[in-house]
Design a protein around this ligand. Structure first.
Ligand SMILES: *Cc1c(COP(=O)(O)O)cnc(C)c1O
Length: 360
């Protein structure tokens, strides 16, 4: 069988490592940029009442028009922009890439960044051009412009703020890229709830600017719902790669329900931002760590050389799960990433971390 598999499955697929997610069990879960709060009972009951009207025997509205209108309003999409909804923004990344995929064409992104840009490009048979970030994880403008001139990428992905580093790239460099690139420039604003920066209002200023959003990080990771906004002429083409009915009846009703409670999520994002400041100063007080600034709902930090795995395991042993990035790429050597949780979870994390650092 292995021989048949080797013959049939393309080498670039065989080389991929499947996206793996560890089982968190009952641990304090600070690994996946989730919102730590679940819904109060009255909101949960109102949601279930909404679902009672679901026409589950019928196909959903193929364009999810009601939900589209709600998303446009909550995400401040300019009236002149078009939108497409995806089953998570991952699906929209896949649709963008499928719309332009052809042998020899290039997808470009600064790295380290969100791994799905490369993963989906490889699955689609495209080349992926990785342009290293500088040591402080800022963009290297000269290297980027040179790479764009050399490869003429069909798409450039920029996570703004970036994952897993948490920082916000220099907007002037993004404008320079938008001006010089012939291909699409996708600004992925997955962490928009936790920063004031956005390119949403700039759609239309450039004919190649697309903006991605998701409801995952704001508190609806279980729903799987993302939005792509951009010039209607581009979206009309990209929409042809969408599978019909990609947003289920349950997702459309639940998404609209949740967005009617947008204030609830906006309040939580505000709380997470203030918790982020506290967690940041708690980490900075541990002098053996290098802590990176964050405009997202997580913080990246570097442990003393060679100690990331041991500290990660030490936290896990006391029931706290974060993300170990050591061993992924050289730029993230000794790096760990912690998602901002509830005040109690953050305190438990800091309390558990301190003696682990001392134990060297
Ligand atoms: C989490 C994340 C996404 C994926 O969001 P989904 O809508 O849950 O698929 C996209 N881009 C970046 C940069 C992310 O960190």
């Amino acid at each position: 069988m292995q021989e048949k598999i080797n013959k049939l499955i393309r080498p670039e697929i065989r080389e991929l490592v499947a996206y793996s997610v560890p089982d968190a069990g009952n641990m304090i879960k600070l690994d996946a940029m989730e919102n730590p709060w679940s819904w109060p009972d009255d909101m949960r009951n109102a949601w279930l009442d909404t679902l009672k009207s679901a026409e589950i025997n019928r196909y959903p509205d193929p364009a999810a028009r009601a939900l589209q209108a709600d998303m446009r309003r909550v995400m401040d999409v300019p009236d002149a922009a078009g939108v497409i909804l995806g089953n998570g923004s991952d699906e929209l990344i896949q649709m963008i890439i499928q719309a332009v995929a052809a042998p020899g064409r290039v997808v470009l992104a600064p790295v380290p960044t969100f791994v799905m840009y490369q993963q989906i490009s490889q699955v689609a048979g495209m080349e992926f051009e990785a342009v290293p970030l500088q040591d402080d994880f800022s963009l290297d403008q000269d290297a980027l412009l040179a790479a764009v001139a050399k490869c003429n990428p069909a798409v450039i992905f920029l996570a703004y703020p970036n994952n897993p580093t948490g920082n916000l790239f220099d907007a002037d460099i993004l404008h320079a890229l938008l001006s010089c690139a012939d291909g699409l420039v996708v600004i992925d604003e997955a962490y928009a709830p936790f920063t004031d920066a956005s390119f949403m209002s700039r759609i239309g200023d450039y004919d190649n600017l697309l903006v991605l959003r998701t409801v995952s990080k704001m508190g609806l990771a279980g729903l799987r719902l993302g939005l792509l906004a951009g010039p209607p002429a581009w979206l009309e083409q990209i929409d042809k790669t969408r599978l019909p009915y990609n947003i289920s009846v349950v997702n459309q009703l639940t998404g609209s329900f949740a967005l009617r409670h947008a204030d609830y999520f906006i309040g939580q994002a505000r709380e997470i931002r203030s918790q982020r400041a506290q967690l940041l100063s708690g980490l900075q007080a541990l002098s053996s760590l290098t802590v990176y600034p964050s405009e997202a709902n997580f913080i990246l930090f570097r442990t003393p050389a060679g100690r990331a795995a041991e500290i990660f395991e030490g936290l896990r042993a006391v029931g706290i799960l974060i993300k170990n990035l050591d061993g992924s790429v050289a730029a993230l050597r000794d790096c760990l990433r912690v998602t901002v949780g509830t005040p109690d979870e953050n305190a438990a994390f800091l309390t558990a971390l301190e003696p682990l650092l001392a134990g060297s």
